[in-house]
Design a protein around this ligand. Structure first.
Ligand SMILES: C[S@@+](CC[C@H](N)C(=O)[O-])C[C@H]1O[C@@H](n2cnc3c(N)ncnc32)[C@H](O)[C@@H]1O
Length: 556
């Protein structure tokens, strides 16, 4: 057994001596089973048939001496996990990969339990895939009144968990269930903490019936699930299904789900039912998973809570795990529209006190692409069209730049022709003029091309609603912003800024003044030739005054 695997704590000299003694204690799994039983595993109920059978297999081994058992007890009571370490040594990483059995370093377990202790007092604690019960043991100390439930499919892990809980004196309030966590369902009124390290098992090893389970159960909650999702995604869903408002939790998993397509179910659950509070990404340098060089993410949540923002952070050493509530706040609505999340942990610079990222206040949307401006921007060719299909629109960056902060009048703007998808909405006179125009557009081939053929109806450009603030995003100068008093629409040469929460006229105008004077070309991405471009997500990262400062009209 190697100490390097992952001791929970620093050993004292005496403990180190004891630990070295154990190197030879567990040559095979039989000795481990025998030790678990001798340490009192039976005291934790209910026992499963598989565990009873396993326990019988160890009958032929030489029992451990009293001294050795007593030393094992000492180590367990001191917070070490000698049985869990022996398990990880006896089973190679590739054997354990089958069930995703990678046990969690003590520093991570402690930080997650500390987060839970700050959030409230559960009456019940569930560890899905409890392994050797590291989370239950730590949480049992933090919540002395709570009942403890561990669920795992591995009978050997179950025996070890029982022994650990018995030695630590928690047998009476513990329950170990041998079974699949996706089948676990014991609803109780008691406030429950879900805490653990759901197994990482790739989709190739997941049976078709469970993939169907994932899709069906996700659909019941109104979400889509990918067949490529790993087992940890199944555990998130199983938790969202079983938990009730007020329950809370913290899971550590591989971080992939933050960005990949199959992770969209977890992202939807975090924004929705699970009520995500924080996401802390742990770099591989910190070795979050001792025998896998992967990035981890700790997700904390409180069921059905709808926090305005979720906190994102990235750490590269376990020493930095000094609280899971620190980091960059990202508005929940913004998360709902982001397809990738991990970049959110890479804040270039934290906004100074009193400032936030623009994305916290506004969604930024590029304007609609018409597909053929010579057809869809009104002119002589569209004379006779009714006003109901003509929308004054910002169609040139110059119109924003020249307005110098306020777009007061739509009179100088050109109109975009936006015909309803359902032509029956038009009255007979309007319909006649529109039909004539549609014939003209067909002659011009405006129904062809990628954009037109991917619209609901090729004749309907589908402009976005008028954005309260409009900006340029590509120029050889800093972007220009205008307060859109003209209710103008915008096409894809401009971005629209749409406040997430209601924003007074004064606050909008202060925001525009700030953006007009404080944003430099350097904040965007500069291309060869000096052209600077701000993609919507990049614009959302601009640092602007907080809502309080904007409401007060304060500019610094
Ligand atoms: C990543 S380990 C975590 C162990 C422990 N909670 C810890 O953090 O140290 C995942 C555990 O989930 C168990 N497991 C795998 N598939 C499972 C399933 N379908 N239901 C319940 N447990 C499962 C594995 O046997 C393994 O013990």
């Amino acid at each position: 057994m190697s100490l390097a695997t992952n001791p929970l704590l620093q050993l004292t000299g005496k403990q180190q001596h004891l630990w070295n003694e154990f190197e030879a204690i567990f040559p095979t799994e039989l000795e481990l089973i025998s030790a678990a039983i001798a340490l009192g595993a039976e005291a934790v109920v209910p026992w499963s048939a598989a565990e009873i059978a396993l326990a019988r297999t160890s009958g032929t081994t030489t029992p451990l001496s009293k001294i050795k058992l007593s030393s094992l007890r000492d180590l367990i009571c001191a917070g070490f996990d000698p049985l869990g370490e022996a398990f990880c040594t006896l089973r190679s990483p590739s054997m354990r990969r089958e069930n995703g059995a990678v046990y969690t370093p003590g520093a991570i377990v402690r930080s997650m339990v500390e987060w839970a202790a700050d959030r409230g007092t559960p009456q019940r604690i569930i560890d899905p895939g409890m392994g050797s019960a590291r989370f239950l043991l730590q949480a049992a100390g933090a919540f002395p009144q709570a009942s403890l439930i561990g669920v795992d499919i591995d009978p050997l892990a179950a025996l070890i968990a029982r022994a650990n809980l018995a030695v630590a004196g928690f047998a009476a309030r513990s329950q170990i269930i041998l079974g699949d966590y996706r089948r676990f369902n014991e609803p109780v009124a008691a406030r429950t903490l879900y805490i653990g390290n759901p197994p990482y098992v790739r989709h190739h090893q997941i049976a078709t019936k469970w993939k169907e389970w994932l899709s069906d159960e996700a659909a019941k909650l109104g979400h889509k699930a990918s067949q490529l999702a790993g087992l940890h995604v199944h555990f998130f869903l199983a938790t969202a299904r079983n938990a009730k408002p007020g329950d809370f939790g913290a899971f550590i998993t591989a971080a992939e789900w933050l960005d990949v397509n199959y992770g969209s179910l977890v992202r939807s659950l975090v924004v929705g039912e699970l009520g995500g509070h924080s996401i802390t990404v742990i770099e591989p340098t910190a070795q979050p998973f001792p025998d896998a060089a992967s990035t981890a993410a700790i997700t904390t949540f409180e069921i059905a809570s709808r926090p305005t923002s979720v906190v994102f952070r990235r750490v590269d050493s376990l020493r930095e795990l000094d609280g899971l509530n620190k980091g960059r706040k990202i508005h929940r609505d913004r998360l709902a529209t982001e397809a990738r999340w991990s970049y959110l942990t890479r804040s270039a610079a934290r906004p100074p006190e009193g400032y936030v990222e623009l994305g916290e206040l506004c969604r930024v949307h590029r304007g609609q692409v018409t597909g053929a401006n010579d057809v869809w921007i009104a002119g002589a060719h569209s004379e006779g069209l009714p006003d109901c299909v003509l929308f004054p629109t910002v169609t040139r960056a110059k119109e924003v730049i020249d307005a110098e902060g306020i777009l007061r009048d739509a009179a100088n703007l050109r109109c975009v022709i936006d015909i309803p998808v359902d032509l029956d909405e038009l009255d007979p006179r309007e319909r006649k003029a529109v039909d004539r125009f549609i014939r003209f557009a067909l002659e011009k081939g405006a129904n062809k091309g990628y954009i037109a053929s991917h619209r609901k109806a090729w004749w309907s450009v589908g402009l976005r609603s008028a954005a309260p603030i409009i900006s340029t995003y590509m120029a050889r100068r800093a972007p220009a912003f205008v307060l859109n008093k003209a209710d103008a629409r915008h096409i894809n040469i401009a971005h629209g800024l749409y406040p997430r929460d209601p924003m007074t006229e004064k606050a909008r105008s202060t925001l525009v003044s700030f953006l007009q004077t404080n944003i430099s070309q350097r904040s965007g991405r500069t291309y060869a030739g000096g052209l600077t471009k701000f993609e919507p997500r990049e614009m959302e990262r601009l640092i602007v005054p907080s809502p309080a400062m904007l409401a007060a009209g304060v500019l610094q």
